[in-house]
Design a protein around this ligand. Structure first.
Ligand code: EPZ
Length: 418
């Protein structure tokens, strides 16, 4: 199994290019089931994307990837679509459940393996199924599979989500895309990735509007063919590297991004004393010495994202005093804490709140990655710790960070895959 070896305390200096968003690309790839001929640009070449492509190929779409251009061409071939998402393709990537909505919308039926849980939680799909039933789908669960059917097609209706879910919002939008009549979704997730999916569907000929936490979908009857679409940048990758720069950067520049998308993260980091120079489409992070403590909780967008909680915790170890961060989205997203403690962090957890005492010196150690964002928090800790850090099970990292070592080495980090 591959590992990462990091020699800490190397000051970072230079420029980091931010890749396209994994969490925007996944639902947009699922949406290509509804399309005819599509070219997607700015695609992050990470493991989860290849898993989703394998699933779409299994379903029957013709796909070719031009890796050097981060571009995917998809043709919804005339041959038969398989309305099945098998366990073997779903077990490593829960977002495969997003093909349920489009298969129902296009083929009126689907058999989808129930996505397994993962390190951060049980990851149920009850909210997805709740919305699809409201749209008229017949759903039953048997032998670990979801059997969904809508013989006479789906019918637009009003749906209020009992709680906010990114995936359930995306599946409902995808299913309602060509449902008869209007669908009004309330209490929706409005992450930038949800908005990017809606923008893609409107490029495809859809008629979808986001108003606050409501999404209005007028059923689409005619799709456009031969469309090109560029996926939004990855705000979580950007936030991750901004925190790296705050931890041990001299000066790092991020271009071709939209700072407005990460307003909440910038405000929190400014409160902690991180030095920013912000332009219309770029951010520069300069040396930030006296990091201050902060208290916050993770929230649905536009609040502080749960996907940056582990990374922010590493910065908190440098802050004077005790910082607090409450994880309010997932039930078990502190798997990075025991590993950070082995590197010298002083963190206690009580009722889903992590109390991070600082400043503490982190020392290099051999550590274990458990999930995507926990793994990258260990990379950040390794960059700022003294001596060497070895990170095991880095396949978690490869699911969501494109060319991580290359981007960091480009900024003078001492990091390599062994
Ligand atoms: C998306 O997951 C992201 N994944 C996650 O990023 C992200 O952490 C999460 O949204 C929250 O922002 C993708 O977009 C591919 P949810 P998703 O449905 O859609 C509960 C990463 O690191 N829930 O918003 O699965 C759920 O258990 C990944 O890139 C139900 O109870 O998240 C959780 O507690 C990790 N029933 C909460 O809602 C449901 O039917 C939010 O989950 C669905 C969700």
């Amino acid at each position: 199994m591959q590992k990462l070896l990091i020699k800490g305390k190397k000051e970072l200096f230079g420029k980091i290019n931010i890749s396209g968003s994994k969490n925007a690309t996944l639902p947009i790839l699922a949406a290509t089931i509804l399309a005819d001929k599509v070219t997607l640009m700015n695609i992050p070449l990470v493991k989860d994307i290849f898993t989703m492509i394998d699933l779409l190929k299994f379903i029957g779409l013709k796909i070719n990837i031009s890796k050097n251009k981060n571009r995917i061409e998809i043709v919804n071939s005339k041959n038969k679509i398989k309305t099945l998402a098998p366990y073997k393709l779903m077990k490593t990537m829960r977002a495969g459940v997003l093909v349920l909505g489009p298969l129902l919308a296009k083929n009126k039926k689907a058999k989808i393996s129930l996505p397994g849980g993962c390190a951060i939680g049980t990851r149920p799909v009850n909210l997805h199924l709740f919305a699809l039933k409201k749209l008229g789908a017949k759903i039953r669960i048997k032998n670990g599979y979801i059997f969904a059917e809508a013989k006479n097609g789906l019918k637009g209706t009003n749906i209020t989500f009992p709680s906010i879910s990114v995936g359930a919002t995306e599946n409902a939008v995808l299913a309602a895309f060509n449902a008869k009549g209007k669908t009004l979704l309330k209490n929706c997730a409005i992450e930038p990735e949800v908005k990017d999916l809606v923008k893609f569907l409107n490029t495809l000929g859809g008629n979808i509007k986001i108003i606050g936490r409501k999404i209005l979908i007028i059923g689409c009857s005619k799709i456009k063919t031969n469309i090109k679409y560029e996926v939004i940048f990855d705000r979580i990758e950007l936030g991750t590297y901004i925190i790296a720069a705050a931890l041990i950067g001299k000066k790092i520049l991020f271009n071709k991004i939209d700072p407005r998308i990460i307003k909440c993260e910038i405000n929190i980091l400014k409160k902690m004393g991180v030095n920013f120079k912000i332009q219309k489409s770029s951010i520069e992070v300069d040396k930030s010495n006296n990091i201050k403590k902060v208290n916050l909780m993770t929230k649905p967008y536009p609040g502080f994202p749960t996907d940056l909680q582990a990374q922010l915790m590493v910065l908190m170890t440098k802050a004077k005093g005790t910082s607090k961060i409450k994880e309010s989205i997932f039930e078990n997203r502190f798997m990075h804490v025991p590993e950070l403690k082995r590197m010298g962090a002083n963190i206690e957890i009580k009722d889903k709140i992590a109390f991070v005492k600082g400043p503490t010196k982190l020392t290099g150690a051999e550590v274990m990655a458990t999930d995507l964002r926990a793994s990258v928090s260990l990379v950040l800790a390794g960059l700022v710790a003294d001596n060497r850090t070895i990170i095991n099970r880095i396949y978690h990292l490869d699911r969501g960070y494109e060319s991580l070592e290359k981007k960091l080495r480009h900024c003078k980090a001492k990091i390599k895959r062994i």
